[in-house]
Design a protein around this ligand. Structure first.
Ligand code: FUB
Length: 308
């Protein structure tokens, strides 16, 4: 009697048991996480580079979900770079939030007519899609924000909605940028501000917790090259930020790492990528998740990656 019940519960979560690195045989990167309705929805980019590939080959975002952090369901491809008709391709890093009962997916793609990368926003009534372009045009383009001479300084959107309802978009490579979003989630609300962060490379991600009765905002990001994960804390979504140091080590088989923090069933997790799946390399990465506990003062301990 008992075992079938357990089996049924596991099947409801998903049918594939997974351990780090996750989602073999697919190579995945750039995790974005949404916790909703008792499930974790983990969006990833998909690395399709061949064994000797020398560049990212990324056309689509994949989605996996679970209700127990062990059994995962492959939810397929809820959207791809072609979802954005104005994009040339390159489905790079993304983030997802829920607002007004809809699911808003912010993502990096290469723009077809404005040289460089851009940020688009897609929307769906369900976390599993289908997603459609919410604007019909890019939210951020390289020509709006030329703070560097590189084409990829407008990548890696991270979205955060504060308890007062104000939404913020963080993004950038080499230079970290932040802007408010209007309540419609599809337009900027005010100017783009550059945040000075020593050694910042990419993957900004903001989350918030209550620590000893106070709101603490955590801004994590990739720093140096090869990258390691570092973070800062502050009293508001726009700082001022206090550097708190490195919390995850560099990878050995790929230079990028790209983290996302989340809470699920009372436990704390960070998702990131390395390239530890067999055949993995710089452009064939694999998403992994580590559980950790915040210290009593709210700081994040050093989190070691699972190594094979
Ligand atoms: O996956 C392509 C790029 O590599 C992402 O946009 C960065 O965060 C890095 O992981």
């Amino acid at each position: 009697m008992f075992k079938p019940l357990l089996l049924a519960a596991a099947f409801a979560c998903g049918t594939a048991q997974a351990a780090n690195p996750l989602f073999a045989p697919l190579y995945t990167a750039d995790p974005a996480v949404l916790v909703d309705g008792g499930r974790v929805y983990l969006f990833t980019g998909r690395d399709e580079a061949p064994p000797e590939g020398k560049d990212y080959v990324m056309h689509e975002w994949r989605l996996f979900s679970t209700c127990d952090m062990v059994n995962w369901k492959d939810e397929g491809v809820p959207l791809n770079a072609k979802t954005f008709a104005w994009a040339k391709g390159r489905a790079w890093a993304s983030d997802i939030v829920k607002r007004h009962g809809k699911y808003w997916f912010y993502s990096t793609v290469e723009h077809a007519t404005v040289p460089g990368f851009a940020v688009g926003v897609a929307v769906s009534d369900s976390p599993t899609g289908p997603f459609v372009d919410a604007r019909g045009s890019a939210l951020i383009t390289n020509d709006m924000t030329k703070q560097t001479d590189i084409a990829w300084d407008d990548i890696d959107p991270g979205v955060f909605i504060d308890d007062d309802g104000q939404a913020y978009l963080y993004w950038g490579n080499t230079v970290l940028k932040v802007a408010k979003l209007k309540a419609n989630m599809t337009e900027l609300d005010g100017p783009i501000t550059v945040v000075p962060v020593a050694n910042f490379v990419e993957a900004p991600y903001v989350h918030k917790r209550q620590v000893n009765g106070k709101s603490v905002y955590y801004l994590s990001y990739s720093q140096h090259w090869p990258e390691e994960t570092a973070y800062m804390t502050g009293p508001s979504p726009v700082g001022p930020w206090t550097p708190q140091g490195v919390i995850m080590e560099r990878n050995t088989k790929t230079k990028t790492i790209h983290q996302a923090f989340f809470e699920f069933n009372g436990k704390s997790y960070v998702a990131y990528h390395n390239a530890e799946l067999p055949g993995g390399h710089e452009h064939r990465r694999s998403v992994a998740i580590e559980e950790f506990s915040y210290r009593a003062d709210g700081t994040i301990p050093f989190i070691h990656q699972t190594k094979a």
